[in-house]
Ligand binder design. Structure first.
Ligand SMILES: [Zn+2]
Length: 401
């Protein structure tokens, strides 16, 4: 029992040491000992093991100067451990392999014409990736990132984006995991991974914040007291299906007037037609946020009115989020950034003009500082922080959310 406790403690400390080196590249052994309130001897032995296991390198050790040895300078080792992240979107399967520094070292994109192909194409390509010499035996986890609701309690994957309502979801994940059985396998939601990246890779100081992702759907992940509300499964919050109008268009989810059907990209063309009235201008069947943003920049008055109306509806939904969880910060990610300053300023103004001022007056809104691929690093880091264990007790399990 005593031995077991020691092993658990050692793995926990090793994870803390590695996380510090990850976040503060170049940190020294002495500084780590100070931060973690552990002895220098303990830190030295943990660092040695991390070096031996190829997780980190000590660049200070390799060089001496005229005044003696340089202090230790610890960095995550490049190209020694890998994380394949597979993303299902409406028409594609994206295969990316990251190293622990978050660099993409392999990319492959497959077009999908039928949703029945998702499992077979994923399995075939993932198997080939795991067999590559560069990655073989160097994979920490394989991650599958999905848009939608990964409801492990009811064993359902519900995704309007993918057109999937699978009632035997675990069996589907297991059939993919079969091809990489020697590694752990994590099934995570896209917005949660994007939000987690925002938390880790930008300097968010507040404990309460909301991350809203505009993609084909609209998703949100909430952080309360510094922690993600629920797991990375999208089963706790489905902000895109927040009802704006009880008499509105019926959504595939069963609700009416869902936010993502009102202000989502699929409704932009309809909304533009409503605002343009009698005009000869040809409006494309599918108008994107990017098209709309370009039209605003070109001074198109109808486009401006459409953006202001989107901001008005979005602010209404946000005012309710503020009343539920009182976030100090709301970060907007994904395609809404194409709508630029006009959208952001309008949302800020309208959020504060109405709403419960004691709460909303203290809520800041900004666009994300990360690029749209940041969710890949978010997925890797979420798995590591939430599940990875240096004593290998995580084994090769399936992790959902
Ligand atoms: Zn809905």
């Amino acid at each position: 029992m005593e031995l077991l406790n020691q092993q658990v403690m050692k793995a926990k400390n090793m994870k803390a040491v590695f996380s510090l080196i990850w976040d503060e590249a170049g940190i020294s052994r002495a500084e780590i000992a100070k931060r973690l309130s552990l002895s220098k001897t303990t830190i030295s032995s943990l660092v040695e093991e991390l070096i031996q296991r190829s997780f980190i390198v000590d660049t200070g050790k390799q060089a001496t100067t005229s005044v003696g040895r340089r202090p230790s300078s610890l960095f995550v080792r490049q190209g020694s451990h890998f994380v394949p992240v597979i993303t299902w979107t409406r028409n594609t399967i994206d295969f990316q392999v990251l190293d622990l520094n978050g660099e993409t070292v392999f990319t492959q994109i497959e077009q999908i014409s039928d949703k029945d192909q998702f499992v077979s194409v994923t399995s075939r390509n993932l198997k080939a990736i795991c067999a590559r010499n560069a990655f073989k035996d160097k994979i920490l986890v394989c991650c599958l990132v999905l848009p939608g609701m990964i409801d492990s309690f009811h064993d359902v994957l519900y995704s309007t984006t993918l057109g999937m309502y699978d009632h035997d979801a675990k069996a589907m994940y297991e059939s993919v995991h079969k091809v990489c059985k020697q590694y752990p396998f994590a099934v995570l939601q896209d917005t949660a991974c994007y939000a987690y990246a925002e938390k880790i890779y930008t300097t968010i100081k507040v404990q309460e914040f909301a991350f809203i992702n505009f993609n084909i759907g609209i998703g949100a992940t909430l952080f309360v007291q510094g922690n993600m509300l629920g797991k990375a499964n999208g089963a706790f919050t489905q902000f895109g299906h927040y009802s704006m109008d009880s008499q509105g268009i019926e959504c595939a989810c069963g609700n009416r007037g869902c936010l993502e059907n009102e202000i989502g990209e699929s409704n932009l063309s309809t909304r533009f037609k409503e605002f343009s009235g009698e005009t000869d201008v040809v409006i494309p069947e599918y108008l994107t946020y990017e098209d709309l943003g370009v039209a605003v920049k070109e001074g198109n008055e109808t486009a401006k009115r459409v953006v202001i109306s989107l901001a008005s509806d979005f602010a209404q939904a946000l005012r309710n989020v503020v009343c539920l969880v009182n976030p100090r910060l709301i970060v907007l990610g994904g395609k809404c950034q194409y709508l630029g300053e006009l959208f952001l300023t309008q949302v800020q103004t309208l959020l504060h003009a109405q709403g419960f001022s004691q709460m909303s007056d203290f809520t800041l809104i900004r666009y994300t500082n990360l690029d749209s691929n940041a969710y890949l690093k978010g997925a890797m880091r979420y798995f590591f922080d939430t599940y990875y264990d240096f004593s290998d007790v995580t084994g090769n399990s399936l992790f959902i959310g």
